[in-house]
Design a protein around this ligand. Structure first.
Ligand SMILES: CC(C)(COP(=O)(O)OP(=O)(O)OC[C@H]1O[C@@H](n2cnc3c(N)ncnc32)[C@H](O)[C@@H]1OP(=O)(O)O)[C@@H](O)C(=O)NCCC(=O)NCCS
Length: 442
């Protein structure tokens, strides 16, 4: 445990023998039980090689031990190996590895004693030691938690709600192209359907800024543990809407309808959890089908970007009843590598020194010279020169996907300019052409 933590708790590595303890803790912390979910299901849902548990240092309190005498877990986290589509040099995009933190859970008896802080430090130091990912990402259960650990909110999720039959008005050539896109529905319950889903997921993520991809090892099982038949109850299973252009998969949507009748009239609800497209015509074709399903009254699209054409095809945010949420929080774990892995706007070479503060990952703290060439490629090296900008590491996480500007972080996270114009120039270099999509749920 790092020195600042409560000595009453100790980290422990976990094996499959600990899954019952993981389940007990997670059900206590999230007060949610999935009927019919087995320990085998849970085993497939967590990557124990990236997970850690926390127990009481002095052993269980009276009455706490399970039937076998094992002490309960007092905290737990797990993580996935994922991929993230970041801005590439110029107008390109690039895929970078991302460690996706999940299942962060502290027992109600252990809360507010520094256990989360210890877990975040443990997690980020281990990601750094493993060396596979220069960045880490997560979805926050509450907005106030993760900034203190160096995370910045890098993408914003728009939720759109469209009434059945909403007209999506697109330019005529695009609408004509959309007419040439074929779509068909399959149920997400067979290996073949999941293989098509994963193929579409990867194809769309490759050309979509901000897209996060599922780990290869979990691609076949991901929807099984998120759509457990007993937990689903009377709702229909997840359906997959696949789009094809010239025989090639060009997009997909994962959705579910809920049957409802009001005063004898059909009022079903459609919820679209994932929607991806390799081109705008495919997006239009998918959205048009999803707002025109029989026996429904409205379609909710979760996880859309803030500049989503679907919202603008309705006329704008009011036409789509847009609501906004923070989406992916990004944390630079290996700062020089993270800033080199993504690309920058082309045409404006830049050479400046950043002074970075980072309490949780001290290897990132200090002065870094960032040189961006005319093509938008960067080199980063340690420097002794006077800084042009001072920034907390969280501001670089917030600006990492190019959707939120570094300039705006001056007001919210405290970026300070030492050389006039340096903040605006770097902010422009970091900015992407489109807003990033929010990450899939993980
Ligand atoms: C959120 C949770 C993980 C916090 O764990 P914890 O061990 O109590 O947190 P710590 O004691 O280490 O707190 C670290 C810091 O975060 C702050 N903090 C913790 N939870 C917070 C919350 N929900 N909102 C705002 N601040 C919070 C603490 O005040 C503390 O602040 P400090 O650095 O200024 O001292 C725990 O309450 C929990 O498991 N909640 C339910 C599940 C959940 O929301 N998990 C997060 C999933 S993304």
């Amino acid at each position: 445990m790092p020195p600042e933590t409560d000595a009453a708790f100790t980290f422990t590595d976990l094996t499959t023998d600990d899954l019952a303890r993981v389940r007990d803790l997670v059900e206590t912390v999230w007060f949610s039980v999935t009927p019919g979910k087995t320990l085998e299901d849970l085993d497939e849902q967590v990557d124990l090689s990236h997970a850690r548990g926390v127990v009481r240092t002095g052993g269980p309190l009276p009455g706490e031990a399970d039937e076998g005498g094992a002490a309960p877990l007092m905290a737990f986290y797990s993580a996935f190996d994922m991929g993230l589509t970041a801005p590439g040099p110029g107008d390109a995009l690039t895929r970078v590895p991302m460690d996706g933190l999940t299942f962060v859970s502290v027992h109600p008896d252990a809360r507010r004693r520094g256990v989360l802080r210890a877990m975040m430090t443990d997690h980020l130091h281990r990601v750094h030691e493993r060396g596979e990912c220069a960045i880490a990402g997560l979805h926050a259960s509450e907005t106030a938690i993760y900034g203190r650990f160096g995370y910045g909110c890098a993408s914003v999720e728009a939720k759109l709600t469209l009434g059945r039959g909403t007209e999506l008005r697109a330019p005529a050539p695009l609408a004509a192209e959309a007419d040439g896109v074929s779509t068909h529905v399959v149920t997400v319950d067979s290996e073949a359907a999941l293989a098509v889903l994963h193929e579409a997921h990867l194809a769309c993520a490759g050309v979509t800024l901000g897209a996060v991809t599922r780990p290869e090892a979990l691609a076949q099982r991901w929807f099984a543990f998120r759509d457990h038949p007993q937990a689903r109850g009377s709702k229909e299973p997840q359906r997959l809407l696949v789009a094809r252009r010239d025989g090639q998969v060009s997009g997909y949507a994962v959705f579910r309808r809920e049957s409802k009748w009001e005063d004898g009239k059909p009022a079903g609800e459609v919820t679209v959890g994932e929607l991806g497209a390799t081109d705008d015509a495919t997006l239009l074709a998918l959205a048009r089908r999803l707002v025109d399903l029989d026996l429904t009254a409205r379609t909710t699209f979760w996880s859309r970007p803030t500049d989503d054409p679907v919202a603008w095809w309705t006329g704008g945010p009011r036409g789509a009843d847009v609501q906004l949420f923070d989406a992916l929080w990004i944390r630079l774990v290996d700062l020089p590598r993270a800033l080199t892995e993504r690309g920058y706007a082309d045409g404006s070479p830049l050479d400046l020194v950043l002074e970075v503060t980072d309490e949780v990952c001290p290897w990132n703290a200090g002065r870094w010279r960032l040189r961006i060439d005319a093509d938008g490629r960067a080199e980063v090296s340690a420097s002794d020169a006077d800084p042009d900008l001072e920034t907390p590491v969280a501001a670089l996480g917030a600006a990492y996907l190019g959707g939120r500007t570094l300039l705006s972080q001056a007001a919210t996270l405290g970026v300070t300019e030492r050389t006039p114009g340096a903040l605006r120039r770097l902010s422009r270099a970091l900015r992407a052409d489109r807003d990033p999509v929010p990450a899939i749920g993980f």
